[in-house]
Design a protein around this ligand. Structure first.
Ligand SMILES: Cc1cc2nc3c(=O)[nH]c(=O)nc-3n(C[C@H](O)[C@H](O)[C@H](O)COP(=O)(O)OP(=O)(O)OC[C@H]3O[C@@H](n4cnc5c(N)ncnc54)[C@H](O)[C@@H]3O)c2cc1C
Length: 324
């Protein structure tokens, strides 16, 4: 049976072909999905995964599209957009579907006088994307809150629902087991919070929002392009050799990748319509409509090469490539 026919049979009219993906991303770049399905429930995610496996179609799970760069030629398989947005609060625990926006979960927490997610206000994307990448800001990260994660485990052509404890999620700085194992798809997460006072939570959130507004570029991007750099003794010596004041930039054993990019004189450097942000060197931004994903890829590669050649420091992408 033809692939589109089989997909329509299993997924219904909601399955779409040649769907432009750029509008689903914060970069506003990249080509279409050959097949696209918005899954409103965990069951629909499972069904979509199983039919894709049966048809040997590559799968891409799309959350809020805020940490990805999609190839200009698009994605040749089935994109499953997580739209399972249920949210339940029980005491100090929030159970959130993978497809709900993190910011919305933060607001629900505030409305229920629950504290512990304030740092996440202004972080775009979904709970699923945040758990996969262990999103964080201002010294906190989602792994601080996670109690357990419900996930789909794909084995061959089958998918079963499993529950992972926080320990089994293998969280680390911007890392988790979900990043290492593409056969795991996050369906929902249970997050632990603390009792708090609404006014205090609001004050904290406003402070974080203000910090974001003052430091983040206004052009489209996928957030920080590179992970912050762990400061080993060797890296510390390199930092001192580059600039004595650099040591002051080390926070919690890490230094922003943007510091090296800035020291390499790359702020404002442009390839096509992609530019190293003038405001924040770790953001590679789309500065005009002629920008293509390939410009971003070339610029990322150039930045890595320059920082490596000048300082002997290897930067690692935080942004995820799709369809490359
Ligand atoms: C302006 C701006 C500011 C940002 N600030 C921060 C910040 O302060 N801290 C931070 O950590 N990040 C930040 N980011 C990056 C981004 O918002 C986070 O990484 C976010 O958690 C990504 O979630 P998403 O739903 O958009 O994921 P997507 O971009 O849709 O996907 C990212 C990856 O996660 C996978 N994925 C998504 N959902 C699931 C799922 N349910 N199961 C399995 N895999 C899944 C995708 O397949 C993809 O590989 C920022 C981005 C922007 C544009």
């Amino acid at each position: 049976m033809q692939i589109p026919v089989k997909l329509k049979e299993k997924l219904g009219a909601g399955m779409q072909e040649n769907m432009p993906l750029a509008p689903y991303t914060t970069y506003k770049l990249g080509g279409p999905a050959r097949y696209f399905f918005s899954a409103n429930t965990a069951e629909e995610i499972k069904r979509a995964v199983e039919v894709a496996k049966e048809l040997n179609l590559p799968i891409f799970i799309l959350g809020g599209g805020s940490n990805i760069l999609i190839n200009d030629d698009g994605f040749k398989g089935l994109v499953i957009k997580t739209e399972n947005k249920q949210l339940e609060i029980s005491g100090k625990v929030i159970k959130a579907g993978a497809g709900i926006f993190l910011g919305l979960a933060v607001l629900h927490a505030w409305q229920n006088n629950l504290s512990g997610l304030e740092w996440a206000i202004g972080v775009p994307g979904t709970i699923g994307g945040a758990v996969r990448g262990n999103a964080g800001a201002f010294g906190a990260s989602i792994s601080d809150n996670v109690i357990s994660v419900h996930a789909l485990k794909i084995t061959g052509k089958q998918a079963e629902v499993i529950t992972l404890t926080k320990e089994q999620c293998g969280f680390d700085y911007r890392e988790s087991i979900f990043k290492k194992d593409n056969d795991l798809i996050i369906l929902s997460a249970e997050l632990k919070l603390n009792s708090g006072a609404g006014a205090e939570i609001k004050k904290q959130m406003l402070e974080f929002i203000n910090k974001r507004c003052s430091g983040h570029p206004k052009f489209p991007s996928a957030g920080c392009s590179f992970k912050n750099v762990m400061v080993t003794d060797e890296i510390r010596e390199k930092i001192k050799a580059i600039n004595q004041e650099g040591e002051q930039k080390i926070k919690m054993g890490k230094i922003g990748a943007g510091w090296f990019i800035d020291q390499a004189g790359l702020k404002g450097y442009k390839i096509g319509g992609a530019q190293v942000s003038e405001e924040h060197a770790n953001f590679i931004v789309k500065v005009d409509d002629a920008a293509r994903a390939e410009h971003v890829v070339m610029l990322i590669s150039y930045v890595k090469q320059q920082v490596r050649d000048k300082f002997g420091v290897q930067l690692q992408e935080e942004v995820q490539y799709v369809g490359f």
